[in-house]
Each structure stands twice: as structure tokens, then as C-alpha cells.
Design a protein around this ligand. Structure first.
Ligand SMILES: Cc1cc2nc3c(=O)[nH]c(=O)nc-3n(C[C@H](O)[C@H](O)[C@H](O)COP(=O)(O)O)c2cc1C
Length: 257
């Protein structure tokens, strides 16, 4: 697992063998699809606060921290580093690779994720299993959170979650809620109580740092996209070479490292 842990110290004193085990840090990365701290951010923040144990949290806000749109040049399929925005993307990608838990937050805007969140997903489309998936993603958990005034939060989470599944993340949880409000202060108490319960339930589940199981959906998608590469249906030769170099077209699996 990608836990940055100084797990273990062993010392020997006069034939006495003592073991000091330090608690693992859970690395959490939060990608906010908005720059402001409104209802959606508050729900995510509540969730993170309730996860027990040692935590290392990194938070990005969009568009502040990645203020670009994909230009459609396809250079990233050749080599990730060829993306004109790679210097800013690299740091975020490294943080995502090292995280145990990825949290994606976006308000519902017109029955969709916010435009900055959509731009973010476009900028990381290289990570789709149909292109060059990152092996690290196959051991992650992700939570997608959205709020809406009336309708559309679940539509929003679904669109984001679909991307993350196609990145190979096996455990994606969605939480969308109608808050009847334009900002956190306006959210009625009865809805805040509902949110409090839901974030408590999710946090309790997340606090147990268990190994993520790769289910049938991810296995089938991986098999399907591998078949595409074998049949040379991919967008570029570089993609097939990437799959070959990883041994994925010869039976190796990214979740068995
Ligand atoms: C551009 C824009 C589009 C929106 N579209 C919808 C919508 O389609 N349906 C809806 O019920 N609320 C819509 N809303 C309201 C927000 O989804 C809602 O207030 C949300 O809780 C805001 O979250 P925030 O406080 O994190 O920004 C929209 C708000 C904005 C600013």
C-alpha cells in the first residue's frame, strides 16, 4: 500500500527484543471543484475531520491550483510530460499516486460537475484505462461529494465517479445531497443533521484502513481495455507500448505488484 509510514523499529537490548510500531498515516488528497468553502466543501471537510487515526491531508482548489483547459493536442498520450500544463499537473498527480483516499468535491452546476472539475478530469484523461492507467490507482479508495439546491447532486457524483472507475479505482463511494440552499449558512438544521449522520457513517467505514479489493467491474474493464490494446485499437502506439512495458498484455495485473 502507498502509506507513507515509518512502520517499524526494532531494537535489541540485552537479548531483550522490543518492537515499536508507529501508527500508519492515512494520506488524503482533496480535489475541490470550486475555489470557495461553501456547502460542498463543508460536507467534505466534516467527513475528513471525522476519519479517525493519523491523517496527512492535501487540498487543492480549482481553478486556483490548475487553471487550464485541455487543448486536445493528445501529446499526453505520447508522454504525460508532454502536456503543456505538466509542471502543475505533476505535483497533483504525485499526490494522487501517494494518497490512500482521494476525495472529489463539486457542487452541482446545471446538472453536472462544475466546469473547473470537468477541466480537471479532461486534463487527466491520460489516466483512463483505455489509455495509460496508473498502477497506483488500483489500490485506492475514492469519495465523490456533491451538493445541490434542489436536484442533480447524484448526477454530478455519477459523472465524476465514472471517470474514477475508468482510472481503475476499485472503491468509489458517492454522496450527493440536496441542501435547499445557496451557501452553507443557509442550509436548514434538519439537513445539517442528515449530513452529520451520513459523514459519520462514511468516516467510520473509511477509518478502517483495509486493503482495497479489486472487484469484477474493474477486472472486466481492464480485460476489455487490454483487448483493445492487443487489437491495436488504441489511439497511439505509445499506449500499447506502455501496456507492454508494464507486462499487462502478458498476464500481469496492476493490482498485483
Ligand atoms: C452556476 C450554478 C448552477 C447551478 N445549477 C443548479 C441546478 O441545476 N440545480 C439545482 O438544484 N441547483 C443548482 N445550483 C445551486 C447549487 O448546486 C447549490 O446551491 C450548491 O449547494 C452550492 O454548493 P456550494 O455552496 O458548495 O457552492 C447551481 C448553482 C450555480 C452557481
Amino acid at each position: 500500500m502507498l502509506l507513507s509510514v515509518q512502520a517499524y523499529h526494532t531494537t535489541m537490548k540485552n537479548q531483550d527484543f522490543s518492537v515499536v510500531v508507529q501508527e500508519k498515516n492515512m494520506k488524503i488528497i482533496v480535489i475541490n471543484g470550486q475555489n470557495h468553502k461553501g456547502s460542498t466543501w463543508n460536507i467534505g471537510n466534516q467527513l475528513v475531520g471525522k476519519i479517525s487515526g493519523n491523517k496527512e491531508i492535501k487540498e487543492y482548489f480549482l481553478p486556483k491550483d490548475l487553471n487550464h483547459f485541455c487543448m486536445g493536442c493528445f501529446a499526453c498520450l505520447e508522454k504525460r510530460e508532454k502536456c503543456p500544463f505538466w509542471p502543475e499537473k505533476e505535483k497533483i498527480q504525485n499526490d494522487m499516486k501517494q494518497a490512500d483516499l482521494l476525495i472529489f468535491i463539486s457542487p452541482n452546476y446545471c446538472m453536472m460537475p462544475s466546469a473547473p472539475m470537468k477541466a480537471f478530469l479532461d486534463l487527466f484523461f491520460t489516466n483512463w484505462m483505455s489509455h495509460k492507467p496508473l498502477k497506483e490507482m488500483f489500490s485506492k479508495k475514492a469519495i465523490v461529494i456533491s451538493s445541490t439546491a434542489g436536484a442533480g447532486a447524484k448526477k454530478t457524483t455519477k459523472l465524476i465517479a465514472n471517470n474514477l472507475t475508468n482510472w481503475g479505482i476499485p472503491d468509489v463511494t458517492e454522496y450527493g445531497i440536496a441542501v435547499n440552499a445557496m451557501n452553507w449558512e443557509m442550509v436548514p438544521d434538519r439537513i445539517k443533521r442528515k449530513i452529520d449522520k451520513a459523514t459519520g457513517r462514511m468516516a467510520a467505514k473509511l477509518s478502517r484502513l483495509q486493503k482495497v479489493k479489486v472487484g469484477i467491474k474493474i477486472r472486466l474493464l481492464f480485460w476489455f481495455y487490454g483487448g483493445m490494446q492487443k487489437a491495436d485499437w488504441s489511439a497511439s502506439k505509445a499506449e500499447k507500448n506502455y501496456w507492454l512495458d508494464n507486462g499487462w498484455l502478458d498476464g500481469k495485473k496492476p493490482w498485483k505488484q
